[in-house]
Design a protein around this ligand. Structure first.
Ligand SMILES: [Zn+2]
Length: 288
């Protein structure tokens, strides 16, 4: 065996071993790595694996925004112990996706979960094609707005219009001038869940209303680092650029395949990923 070949074989074995370790660790249920950030007084945020969880401390219990995947439940509870000894009383759910609502079942016996009516419908109708575990639906729903009062503090959940889905709630902490956007702001490129009632066209108008109606300076996005109102405005403008790009391509007569290639080159889509399944067919129809 030549030295080069030997090196290649060794590298191959290392790769296989590395992959095997990752696989068995997952099967063994290694705790997902979550990190806690303080956002403002009495408001924390838990990042890592799944959507960002907000934690609002009151002297009558905790109010959470979202609860990640079911597999994150124990790690979330562990992090909460480091923040407060109050029990979780309410979970305000931003939308129906498993990475935001997957932990619902674990909380339902001890806490109340509140979502938009459409988020509940999408769970009940099993709309999410790639869900591993279908989340338990909220027992309390609203169509426009729900105000929650606990321990002298207030949190508002409000539906502003279609965007990521047809039931995205924006959660507002008025005393802290802070919002949690759910996936109306998430990552670099918007994922439009057309099967779940999402809309790329309405998305910008929805964010415009959020910025017009709510008085805030800090933004907790659905995924990614905490940002500011200008950060949300920049994201909104990115959504508008995407609208214009796709509309222009369709006017040039480009096919869905062509548009998909541009999205891979310019927007970081990965071939056959969720964007191709959920976003592309709907974009081709909506922006025609
Ligand atoms: Zn989502």
């Amino acid at each position: 065996m030549s030295r080069t070949l030997l090196l290649r074989v060794s590298a191959g074995i290392l790769f296989l071993v590395g992959g095997w370790i990752a696989y068995t660790q997952n099967r063994g249920g290694a705790a997902p790595q979550l990190t806690v950030n303080k956002v403002k007084d009495d408001l924390y945020e838990i990042e890592g694996d799944g959507g960002n969880v907000a934690v609002y401390i009151t002297n009558e219990g905790l109010i959470l925004v979202d609860d990640k995947y079911e597999r994150d439940h124990e790690a979330i509870m562990e992090k909460l112990k480091g923040i407060s000894n109050q029990p979780v009383k309410y979970i305000l759910s931003t939308h129906y996706h498993e990475d935001h609502s997957g932990g619902n079942a674990k909380f339902l016996s001890t806490a109340e979960i509140i979502s938009t009516a459409n988020a509940r419908k999408n769970i009940v109708n099993r709309v999410q094609s790639n869900a591993g575990i279908v989340p338990s639906p909220a027992r309390v729903t609203f169509t426009q707005e729900s105000d929650l009062f606990l321990g002298g503090k207030e949190v508002r959940a409000r539906f502003f219009g279609r965007g990521h889905t047809n039931g995205d709630a924006v959660i507002y902490f008025p005393a802290l001038r802070t919002i949690h956007t759910g996936d109306l702001m998430a990552g670099n490129t918007p994922l439009i869940d057309y099967p779940g009632g999402g809309s790329l066209v309405d998305w910008t108008a929805t964010l415009d209303e959020v910025m017009h109606d709510l008085d805030f300076d800090v933004v907790i996005p659905g995924h990614g680092a905490v940002t500011t109102k200008p950060g949300l405005l920049a994201y909104r403008n990115g959504v508008e650029r995407l609208q214009n790009r796709v509309r222009g391509l369709i006017r040039e007569g480009k096919s869905a395949d062509d548009v998909g290639k541009v999205m891979i080159a310019e927007y970081g889509w990965v071939d056959k990923d969720l964007h191709f399944q959920w976003s592309l067919p709907g974009m081709m129809t909506e922006l025609r």
